[in-house]
Structure formats: C-alpha cells, structure tokens
Design a binder for this molecule. Structure first.
Ligand SMILES: C[S@@+](CC[C@H](N)C(=O)[O-])C[C@H]1O[C@@H](n2cnc3c(N)ncnc32)[C@H](O)[C@@H]1O
Length: 322
C-alpha cells in the first residue's frame, strides 16, 4: 500500500449520496484527519463536531475553524469519547456520524511515525503521541506467544508463530527498534512471500498498528455508543480498510437492522428487541476512484439508517453474503 500524498477523501461521493446531509443537521466526524469529509459536510450547511486523536489533525482543524466559525468544533479526543464530548456541547442527539477508520495518508507517509515498512523510522505507530504504548514496546516486551497471537488475530498472518519466534531470537542479540529492522527480519523469515508481490511484513505491520491503537476495541465501543446518540432520522456511516473492522461493522449493523432473530434455543424466528436500524447498505469504490487513489481499493463504506420510513420506501436489505 502506498497512499498518494495528495489528499483525497475516500468514498466521498458515495458517502454524500447515501446519507444526503441536510442544512442545519448536526454531525459527528470521529476521524477528522485533514477534514476532507468534514469540509464537504460544512459546505452543505451541516454543523460538525470533529474528533481526532492526532496532533497534526488538530493543527489542520485550526484552518477549518477559521473558515467555518461556530458551525465547526474540534476536540483532540479518541472517538470512543464521542458521547461525553457531544453531551458537553449540549448535543444530546445528532443526525449523523461518520468514521473513516485507520491512519491518514499524511500519518502513513511520515517516516518518523513508524507506520510504513518502506521508510526507515522508529517503531512507533501511535496515532496519539500522548500514549505510552508503542510498537517498539510490544516488539521488545511481548512474549513469543503474545506476539504470535497479535500477528494471527489482528493480521491473519499464517506464519505468525514462525515470525514471533524469529523476533524473540533476534531481540536477544540486538534490540529491534526501527521499521526497516523489523521489515527485514520478517522478510528473511518468510522469504517466499516476496514472489507474491506484497511486502512480506504487510500483515505484521497492520497487526501491530491495530494493537498499538486498540483499533478493534474502540470500534466495538463506539458502535453502540454512537447508535444511542443518533436521532430518529440518524445515519451511521463507517469506512474501513481492514476486513476485521469491516466484519464487525457489518455484523453490528445487520444484527440491529434485522426485523427478526433466530432464537438459538429453539430455532424460531422472533421479533428483534434491539432493532435500532431500518436499513443498512454497503458501498464499494468505483474503478475511476481506484485509478485516482489506489489506496481506496480496499475501502468499504457501510451505512445504517435509523429511520423505518426509509426502509418502507426502499425495502432494501444487504444480502447476507456481502
Ligand atoms: C483515514 S483518516 C481520516 C481522513 C478524513 N476523513 C479526511 O477526509 O481527511 C483517519 C483519521 O482518524 C484518526 N483516528 C483513527 N482512529 C481514531 C480514534 N479512535 N479516535 C480519534 N481519531 C482517530 C487518525 O488519527 C486519522 O487522522
């Protein structure tokens, strides 16, 4: 993956088309980044509460604030705090929530942030530089079994055990502190992967990044919290690049949009007591967007609409297989 330095908000048109933001609505953008999606919302007359845990996102937000004044508010916070922050502003309910998960291209492209195995940098990978845990601390402090579990569960790396063993052996001799040190060690451990065209350390780096930033845990917290914040006309939109994240979003939305659920004890279909959404749908980038921004290839947008009125109009349900 080599994201373009030019900023291009992923799946922007698909998002706007799906959620149809209306002037005067209140939205939370939980992943402000450089404000691409936020700006598009502001241009449609929406009031935006934006969050991001990254210091550079905060700096970018200053310019957006200058232009949009009271329509825009930024907090340097993890989006797991969205309910508290929203309520502190007197926003008890909002009409929409957007999460564009993962790291931003500017974060990824800075060697010193340590996200990329292609550039020499410290093994850092923190989105929030105020936190203690870094990738280097995991690599130096986790047990062999712990490392293997991280690579398998978060990176689906089939050679997780072999790689964990190699790391533990290598760190007894020299500390592993840089991205290229780790990337070279993984490449030397699973050299046959080079022939497949993707870098052998891709999954290991992905797994470490997810672990450092607790990305799965915060996503699982924010889905129910965000849902509770949505008004009756609310929409929840999530863009993800990682299949593990997308799977969780899909399961959550489908479970809470199903009219009936199977009772595991007797197999009967019963009305779903937690039917919070009327409709859910998935969107993929079109070929033209992928050409323009290759990073968008693995992006998936899932939208859930609270309103049952919408459901009656469109009668649309996401097929179980997608
Ligand atoms: C893919 S970028 C978002 C890009 C943005 N939509 C735009 O158009 O510029 C993801 C951003 O979300 C932030 N982020 C990721 N997880 C977060 C979390 N749990 N809490 C707060 N910010 C988070 C990252 O720091 C990064 O800036």
């Amino acid at each position: 993956m080599n994201p373009k330095p030019v900023h291009h908000p992923v799946l922007l048109e698909a998002f706007l088309d799906a959620v149809q933001p209306k002037s005067g609505e209140r939205w939370i953008d939980g992943t402000f980044g450089r404000g691409g999606h936020t700006t598009a919302l502001l241009e449609r007359g929406v009031k935006v509460l934006a969050l991001d845990q990254d210091a550079e996102a905060e700096a970018a937000a200053v310019l957006v604030k200058e232009r949009w004044g009271e329509s825009f508010h930024f907090f340097r916070e993890n989006f797991r705090e969205m309910k508290r922050v929203s309520e502190s502003m007197g926003w008890e309910k909002v009409e929409g929530i957007l999460l564009d998960l993962g790291v931003s291209s500017p974060q990824f492209d800075q060697a010193e942030r340590g996200f990329s195995f292609r550039m020499e940098g410290p093994l850092d990978m923190r989105m929030d530089m105020r936190q203690f845990l870094t990738a280097a601390r995991i690599i130096s402090g986790e047990s062999e079994e712990g490392l293997s579990r991280i690579f398998w569960e978060l990176g689906e790396d089939r050679d997780s055990r072999k790689i964990a063993r190699a790391i533990v052996k290598a760190r007894e001799v020299t500390p592993i502190e840089t991205t290229t040190q780790l990337a070279e060690l993984v490449s030397a451990t699973v050299p046959w992967r080079k022939a497949k065209g993707i870098h052998p350390a891709t999954q290991v780096f992905q797994a470490l990044r997810l672990k450092v930033n607790e990305e799965i845990a915060v996503l699982e917290e924010v889905l129910p919290e965000g849902t509770a914040l949505l008004s009756e006309e609310g929409r929840f939109a999530v863009i993800s690049f990682h299949s593990g994240e997308d799977k969780r979003v899909k399961r959550f939305f489908q479970r809470h949009a199903a009219a009936e659920l199977e009772n595991p004890r007797n197999g009967w279909l019963e009305p779903n007591p937690e039917r919070w959404y009327g409709r859910v749908k998935r969107f993929l980038p079109e070929e033209a967007e992928i050409q323009l921004n290759p990073r968008s290839r693995s992006a998936r947008l899932r939208v859930a609409w609270k309103s049952l009125k919408e459901e009656k109009k469109r009668k649309y349900y996401e097929p179980k297989s997608s």
